[in-house]
Write a protein that binds this ligand. Sequence first.
Ligand SMILES: C[S@@+](CC[C@H](N)C(=O)[O-])C[C@H]1O[C@@H](n2cnc3c(N)ncnc32)[C@H](O)[C@@H]1O
Length: 339
Amino acid sequence: MVDKSKGDSVATLDAAAAHTPVLLERCLELLAPVAQNDGSVIIDATLGMGGHTEGILERFPKVTVLGIDRDPQAIEMASRRLMRFGDRFQPYHTTYDQIPAVAATHGTAIHGILLDAGVSSLQLDEVERGFSYARDAHLDMRMNPTEGISAAELIAEATPAELTRILRTYGEEPNAGRIVKAILNSREHTPIESTQQLVDLIREALPAAAMRTGGNPAKRTFQALRIAVNSELDILASTVPAALETLSLGGRMVVESYHSLEDRIVKRAFSAGLNNSAPPDLPIIPEEYQPYLKALTKGAEKADQQEREHNPRSASVRLRAVEKIRNHNPISQVSRSNK
Ligand SMILES: C[S@@+](CC[C@H](N)C(=O)[O-])C[C@H]1O[C@@H](n2cnc3c(N)ncnc32)[C@H](O)[C@@H]1O
């Protein structure tokens, strides 16, 4: 933790610096046409350990980066790591659905937005944050530990139907029913408050065959709870359209997702701007219904084998990027389509 002792924080900063951001070169290439201009401003919506932002600030000497993260520890660490860039880097401790507010506070056009979704290595490695099934800790999993309810509280309070939905949808856990049954039996007499308790309970609940199929049997449940505790998909769904509105004309948005549901949200939000929005029977498409985005990637891009071998986190990445080619006024479109 950054506030424990100087020695620890230096070690953590070193670890952060050693960590390679996913598809860094590709992100830099996609942002280059906007990041290299005088006065350009880029929002890094998921600052994390500041790896992507450091790459942007190093490569493009004229850019300013506004770095958002909901995790106070990430903000503190990245701010220290990026101190050498002076006011070319400005941190914002908030959630990324606040991109329009951050842009308004800064008071300039936004030329690029990068969003590298999900959990950071810092969060996974900090045992006491409770994200990892590999080490025992309080079952917390909040990216901002000062807000919302922990995974332990969610497990204690959620209805059986809600728990099953979370495990099935966010974790794609085929044995959701068995695990939820075990949780319900256990929570009747003992609160489930530690990662180890949950791991043990999952191991006991699963049939032997499920234990033999690769990977840790608790992995899917932990992923599902993390997504639910942090409302990750709901926030992402409201963020992408608002972020696209915030971009200036010619601006670019790059998103890296690690879960099929995240990628689906991004794909849908981008598709709405990549296709014309005219009613089907119009013979000529008026300007305001023309697509306002251009795709910069063909579908979703993946990491190549070399990166996947070097950085396991990149194995599931899906990268999509767009450029804003027209100004877009969703309000006038909605009011027209309602007439
Ligand atoms: C994959 S990490 C980013 C790593 C970063 N690109 C780097 O190079 O170090 C994702 C970060 O996004 C943050 N995050 C996730 N959801 C968020 C949200 N809704 N609002 C703000 N930050 C969020 C997490 O706290 C985490 O630090």
